[in-house]
Design a protein around this ligand. Structure first.
Ligand code: ADP
Length: 364
């Protein structure tokens, strides 16, 4: 999704992909095949480009540190990126900086887990510090035995209080190497089985003061950590209106997809502008409300008939299909609608979603 804006901006992009069949490799002009954790492969890419960036956070820090030390522009740099790679490092740093986090514990032994469970009132959210995504690597437990397998595999685990949130919010900002930064409207996100499912921008009912407070928090985190590119700060909002940080992503993020169609500058373009050190774009929304609904793999393996029906029903619908094979629950695309009324837009976006993922008989 970065390649469209790269073409528009005239920025030649080279993609490093593990497999030629990966979505980005299938559409990029320049592709190198290699693994993101293979130093030679990453090095080969770095030699061919002016700046290196990512669409996931799993490139090992040691590789990026070596490249940065040799003068390669790695954006975001490894010192920032580690806070999106390792949830324990993130918790420690954000807490030290005084940014709001749920209560958390570093778990290095069975005794520490028992202690933390007692302190948290008998329930904890336990997370593997690295490699988790879409809810893999997150378990709610009331007994240490429920994470015995992780305790055996990992030296350290992160435990957090189970936050009684009323909803999840997400704040996106972008930052250039010199510190210039912009913020998008704070959005509301809904997860289904640990996977982002639905986003409403801006978050309904969040007053201007709260919007500004949360945007300032995200901008402060970007500045404190020295982020370059897009930063998504995922947050929990509790009944009294306070927020705490759940996790960070330093790349265009699912909760920012609405901006591709719903803001003057979409997050993929913005990420490239930040990474290429170009002036940042306006984040102004194009409508009072934007809704984004993820397409998670359903019954249909051919998405075209359902998409045809959805487009016929909703001429204003924006459809993004990722060119991935369909598997149940897999993120295969998203749809966006702009308008005035979040409930109405969500109902219509979900109708389109159902048509696309479950399919309809071919209609012309
Ligand atoms: P991932 O890296 O898989 O996205 P997260 O840390 O974002 O994992 O957790 C996935 C989901 O689990 C969150 O979106 C939230 O719904 C729930 N969750 C995570 N941590 C907590 C917590 N401390 N309290 C309550 N719910 C949580």
């Amino acid at each position: 999704m970065m390649l469209g804006p790269a073409i528009e901006l005239g920025l030649p992009a080279t993609v490093l992909a593990t497999d030629p069949a990966e979505s980005a490799a299938a559409v990029a002009g320049e592709v190198r095949i290699g693994r993101h954790d293979d130093e030679q492969a990453v090095r080969g890419l770095a030699e061919a480009v002016d700046a290196v960036t990512f669409d996931h956070e799993h490139v090992p820090a040691a590789i990026l540190e070596a490249l940065e030390a040799e003068g390669v522009a790695v954006r975001p740099g490894p010192a920032a990126l580690v806070h999106a790679q390792d949830k324990l490092v993130m918790r420690e740093r954000l807490s030290a900086l005084g940014h709001p986090c749920p209560r958390w514990w570093r778990i290095t032994s069975a005794e520490e887990l028992v202690d933390a469970l007692a302190q948290a009132g008998g329930r904890l959210v336990v997370k593997t510090p690295r490699g988790g995504y879409d809810g893999h690597g997150v378990r709610v437990i009331s007994d240490p035995a429920e994470v015995a397998d992780w305790a055996a595999e990992h030296d350290e685990l992160l435990a957090e209080e189970l936050v009684p949130f009323v909803r999840e919010l997400s704040a996106q900002v972008a930052r250039r190497p010199d510190g210039e930064a912009v913020a998008y409207p704070v959005v509301q996100s809904l997860q289904k089985d640990g996977v982002c499912y639905e986003v409403v921008a801006p978050a309904p009912g969040l007053d201007e003061a709260a919007q500004e407070r949360i945007q300032s928090l995200a901008l402060a985190i970007a500045e404190d950590l020295g982020v370059v590119g897009m930063l998504a700060v995922e947050l929990f909002e509790t009944a009294d209106g306070t927020v705490s940080v759940n996790e960070l992503a330093m790349r265009p993020h699912n909760t920012g997809h609405w901006s591709m169609d719903g803001a003057v500058t979409g997050q993929f373009e913005q990420h490239l502008r930040a990474v290429a050190d170009l002036p940042l774009g306006a984040t102004t929304p194009l409508a009072p409300v934007a809704v984004m609904v993820n397409l998670l793999g359903g019954e249909a393996t051919d998405l075209v008939p359902g998409m045809r029906a959805a487009l016929a029903l909703e001429p204003a619908l924006k459809v993004h299909l990722y060119g991935k094979g369909v598997r149940p629950g897999r993120k295969i695309g998203h749809v966006t609608l702009l308008g005035e009324d979040a409930e109405d837009l969500l109902a219509r976006a979900h109708r389109a979603e159902t048509l696309i993922i479950h399919g309809v008989k071919e209609q012309r």
